[in-house]
Write a protein of this length. Structure first.
Length: 257
């Protein structure tokens, strides 16, 4: 059955309209939005563990976790990172060297002046998930423009694939974890198929790339990466691997509302 384009277009347009106000002073530093699901604890631990304590960017994380139990994710990541990691609450404000993790059963987005906002526990699921990466990616894109970076990590389903398109439309950067180091490649793969991913990287290369993009202020090109991490990025016409040769953006999996 061909994908229902109208459903995809409507979801993307709804995400674009999420932020209604302009951000002010918070634009002075970059914001990194990360999304993960299956295998995400390991991936997030490796990335956050590779960032220095004075990393001059704010980080917001959405990971698919059970809505039926209190999440220990923020505490675990805090013990494995040089950065301060806490669970997000409505009204928290993004700031450099801080990491905020979405709680179970609530979408996370960023509003005026970098203040965080949680949805209700009855908010509509997106890609079968609550929290979903889509509201976070879309709001960060709209507010932080070129200072926004999206990172799509291991996980099932296609969460984040609409948000990464908005990140790119607003001038930001997108990183996806590669197949060999992903426990489940579905989330990164779906974002890669949009053509809007700048870097497809093994897990151990994501933190160094974030440091180069944020701290060193470099606009990295694919030929500056190591041979191990170099893979086709956005704008290239050849497929990521021969296996993908017949798959295009139009073949993205249809999601129910």
């Amino acid at each position: 059955m061909p994908p229902r384009r109208n459903q995809h277009d409507n979801m993307k347009q709804n995400l674009i309209r999420l932020p209604q106000r302009r951000v002010t002073a918070s634009c002075s530093f970059p914001v990194i939005a990360m999304a993960a699901s299956v295998g995400g604890l390991k991936a997030l631990s490796v990335i956050l563990g590779g960032l220095p304590a004075d990393f001059p960017a704010a980080i917001a994380i959405v990971m698919h976790v059970s809505p039926h139990h209190k999440s220990l994710l923020a505490g675990i990541l805090n013990s494995r990172s040089h950065l301060a990691v806490t669970e997000a609450h409505t009204g928290d404000q993004l700031c450099p060297s801080r990491v905020f993790v979405a709680p179970p059963n609530h979408h996370l987005s960023v509003a005026k002046a970098g203040h965080l906002k949680l949805s209700s526990a009855q908010a509509e699921k997106i890609h079968f998930a609550r929290p979903s990466a889509e509201p976070l990616f879309a709001s960060v894109a709209q507010l932080y423009k070129k200072k926004a970076i999206a990172v799509v990590l291991t996980g099932g389903d296609g969460d984040g694939s609409f948000g990464v398109q908005i990140i790119k439309e607003q001038g930001g950067k997108v990183i996806a974890q590669d197949r060999p180091t992903s426990e489940n490649f579905s989330m990164p793969e779906t974002s890669i198929k949009t053509g809007d991913v700048d870097f497809i990287l093994p897990l151990d290369q994501i933190a160094p790339t974030l440091i180069a993009l944020v701290w060193a202020g470099k606009d990295l090109k694919s030929d500056q990466l190591t041979a191990k991490s170099r893979m086709p990025a956005a704008g290239l016409t050849k497929p990521v691997t021969p296996h993908y040769a017949t798959e295009t953006k139009a073949a993205m999996i249809t999601r129910r509302k």
